[in-house]
Design a protein. Structure first.
Length: 389
């Protein structure tokens, strides 16, 4: 039953002064995407390059339209949910140490309003995003913005989280993305085409990892719990049997075991299904709470009873088969094949250029630039606006 306007205002006022709320729970999930170099360290790439399927109502920093901000980590789709039996008025602030917030919704204050690759690499660089006067309305329904073009953005709404009002906008969560210039908490390198060397950058135990391969649609994955700061794990053998459904089910269960509600875990899988399980070799890890809070300090006022933050890291591993496929496509100027590698094409191409002879390097570099340029132009043309905070 909906509260009357008077009752609603009284209940909001009771929590507006920042007193702790014993029955408020906040959950967040997100991803860190990086590309491993030959030594296991994350290489620099252009995380904002390539097409985006975010709705046009999502706010974007102006420089993000150009796709020209280099970084080592793409912080993708953190969403913050609120669960409470009563209306609450809250302020939310997230810092991004070593990174720049590039997209967000509902409208928020983002500082600084711009950044450069050199700026991101400063040890003291931090951006912040702040939502003020977030009205949390449990049990309320309301029409949410939807556009005709398909987008993975909407899957995150399929939870039991409370409706949020921020200014004139309403949503089921607070959404943000960004680009970072730091090394992720877990590093991984292909020791061979059959094994991966995994290391915890901070010396702590690595924890749960999922080793994944998709070869022409044949999928194999394996969950491994590593109780050391360093280990070598075997790649699962890919057979004719498609294990894609089992991989998704296993990862969904793992998300729940790390603190997400079942509907949240399902929403996260649905958001990233196409990308996480696409062609290639990769390692997924669960960032420790210490690593998440250090990189993305979160403040919610009034303080909730509990906060769960589940971030999955995705490390792309460039194996010999990928290098061979991309090199042959560059030689043949096979745009269809090159387009399959999307935003990862540039770092893969750089690995190929570094090992090529001077005679071959010039032509391969020209083909690589020619393949990437149309995607960047198309991306800019289809993002109609940006926001200066």
């Amino acid at each position: 039953m909906r509260c009357s306007l008077v009752l609603l205002l009284v209940m909001l006022a009771a929590f507006a002064a920042g007193d702790p709320v014993p029955d408020l729970v906040v959950h967040e999930w997100g991803t860190f995407t990086s590309i491993s170099g030959a030594d296991g360290r994350a290489v620099e790439w252009l995380p904002l390059d390539g097409p985006s399927d975010l709705p046009s109502f999502v706010d974007r920093s102006c420089f993000s339209l150009k796709g020209s901000l280099p970084g080592t980590v793409r912080m993708e789709t953190p969403v913050i949910y609120f669960y409470t039996p009563r209306p609450i008025l809250a302020n939310v602030r997230v810092g991004f140490r070593g990174g720049m917030v590039t997209e967000w919704f509902p409208p928020a204050a983002v500082t600084p309003s711009t950044a450069t690759g050199a700026g991101l690499h400063r040890r003291d660089f931090t951006s912040t995003i702040t939502w003020r006067d977030v009205t949390v309305l449990p049990g309320h329904d309301g029409a949410l913005r939807v556009e005709s073009a398909p987008s993975h953005y909407y899957a995150a709404r399929r939870t039991d989280a409370s409706l949020l009002n921020v200014g004139a906008e309403r949503e089921k969560f607070l959404f943000y993305r960004g680009v970072g210039a730091f090394q992720p908490p877990i590093l991984a390198a292909l020791a061979s085409d059959r094994t991966i060397a995994v290391t915890g950058a901070d010396g702590d135990d690595i924890g749960d990892v999922v080793v994944f391969q998709n070869r022409g649609g044949a999928i194999a994955s394996e969950l491994i719990h590593l109780m050391t700061a360093g280990s070598t794990v075997a790649l699962p053998a890919v057979s004719l049997r498609d294990e894609g459904a089992a991989a998704m089910t296993g990862l969904e269960a793992l998300l729940v075991s790390h603190g997400l509600y079942p509907a949240e875990a399902k929403a996260m899988i649905e958001t990233w299904r196409d990308s996480w399980f696409e062609e290639g070799t990769r390692l997924f890890y669960f960032a420790s709470r210490k690593a998440v809070d250090s990189t993305l300090p979160l403040a919610v006022d009034p303080a909730p009873r509990s906060i769960e933050r589940v971030f999955v890291g995705r490390i792309e591993l460039i194996d010999s088969r990928t290098i061979e496929t991309v090199k042959n496509a560059l030689i043949a100027n096979d745009r269809a094949t090159l387009s399959r590698f999307g935003r990862f094409l540039q770092p893969i191409g750089r690995r190929i250029l570094d090992s090529s002879t001077p005679a071959d390097r010039r032509q391969l570099d020209e083909r690589l630039r020619s393949a990437v340029t149309p995607w960047s132009a198309d991306r800019a043309a289809n993002l109609p606006r940006c926001t200066q905070s």
